[in-house]
Design a binder for this molecule. Structure first.
Ligand code: NAD
Ligand code: ZN
Length: 343
């Protein structure tokens, strides 16, 4: 079958013929319909320090996907050929304390689909039945393809109560923009999103945010004044991984405010912990999605009218994956979708 493979320990990705995956008794075989390109895939393409430490070549990339089940293992009772499904990309051990207690998303031994195992930038992928989310029959396939990052957004945006609250989101990448839509849908008063890239802020405007702010031009204290806010933001969602964004957020939170931290910093950095203490802030790290509460929430958010389609800005055939990666590497796009329906 065709697959996009990290087959050499150098910059780039290659479209190759590889053997079709085999399924075990607990697995399902999925024919891929559409995939999304994630920032992680770009790190692997670029072969940066993280990728060099993490990826063994050859590995088939891809974890943002939707497809159709074409075969199920003999132990699989709840999924059927023809089901339209996405994949939870965290493979958990099932044996650690958190897994045994039902907190699978907190597994200490998580492996990533398309990172530590072969992924879904391919005609077929085999995954355990424990890692499948079945969509409703009328799901928009492009939206279904980005349930993985949409899940990051939902997990972060609903980590703390946002109803009636003033929300600050730092980083208007695809995940920040989707989180803004979720916070708005969940009844936040003000949703302020920041970035340093005007193209990203333009895209964020499409999501009914209160303000999309270029922090190089306008400070968060000015934003607060403009909105008539007196005590700071109630909920912060850090979605840039940038140290100055986190420092600014901490400095602009209300006393007792809550910060959900999803952005992945490239290096250690200092923050003013004294402010965290005296202002009694709660900071929580967010990784992945809750299994499977976040997936349930995504499906019902869509059924209750949330629209994340504007975050999808580019569509290519898998054959033109290089163009998709080029667009991602420029850093101005929203989500980029690869279509696998015509092999
Ligand atoms: P992205 O890189 O597309 O978006 C990040 C945005 O932050 C960019 O638009 C960038 O211009 C902006 N930015 C940079 N400096 C800033 C500053 N000082 N203030 C405000 N914005 C600033 O990333 P994404 O795909 O939307 O993901 C968001 C973050 O979440 C990334 O750091 C990513 O690595 C991380 N991530 C975490 C998880 C998890 O499970 N924790 C999962 C996926 C992605
Ligand atoms: Zn575990």
């Amino acid at each position: 079958m065709k697959a996009i493979v990290k087959s050499k320990a150098e910059e780039g990705l290659w479209l190759e013929d590889v053997p079709e995956p085999e399924i075990g008794i607990n697995d399902v075989l999925i024919k891929i319909l559409k995939t999304g390109i994630c920032g992680t895939d770009v790190h692997i393409y670029n072969w940066d320090a993280w990728a060099q430490q993490t990826i063994k070549v050859p590995t088939v990339l891809g974890h943002e996907l939707v497809g159709e089940i074409v075969e199920v293992g003999e132990n699989v009772n709840d999924f059927y050929v023809g089901d339209i499904v996405s994949v939870e990309g965290h493979l958990v051990c099932g044996r650690c304390r958190n897994c045994l207690a039902g907190r699978r998303y907190k597994c200490a031994n998580t492996l990533g689909v398309g990172v530590q195992t072969d992924g879904g930038f391919a005609e077929y992928i085999s995954v355990p039945m424990t890692n499948i989310w079945k969509h409703s029959d009328d799901i928009n396939l492009e939206v279904a393809a980005i349930f993985d990052p949409f899940g990051n957004a939902v997990h972060t945006a609903l980590a703390f109560e946002v109803f009636g609250e003033d929300v600050l989101i730092t980083g208007a990448g695809p995940i920040g923009i989707m989180a803004a839509a979720v916070a708005r849908h969940a009844g936040a008063r003000h949703v302020v999103i920041t970035d340093v890239n005007p193209k990203r802020l333009e895209l964020a405007q499409k999501m009914d945010v209160t303000l999309a702010v270029d922090v190089r031009e306008t400070s968060l204290s000015e934003v607060q004044k403009q909105l008539g806010m007196k005590e700071g933001f109630d909920v912060g969602m850090e979605m840039s991984g940038n140290p100055s964004a986190m420092r600014d957020m901490i400095a602009n939170m209300a006393h007792g405010g809550n910060i959900a931290f999803l952005g992945i910093p490239t290096e250690e950095f200092a923050v003013n912990w004294k402010t965290v203490v005296f202002n009694m802030l709660t900071v929580t790290g967010i990784y992945g999605r809750k299994m499977y509460e976040t997936w349930y929430q995504m499906s019902v958010l869509l059924e209750s009218g949330i629209n994340i389609e504007p975050v999808i800005t580019h569509r290519f055939s898998y054959k033109d994956f290089a163009k998709g990666f080029e667009v991602m590497r420029e850093g101005n796009s929203g989500k980029v979708i690869l279509d696998w329906s015509e092999i």
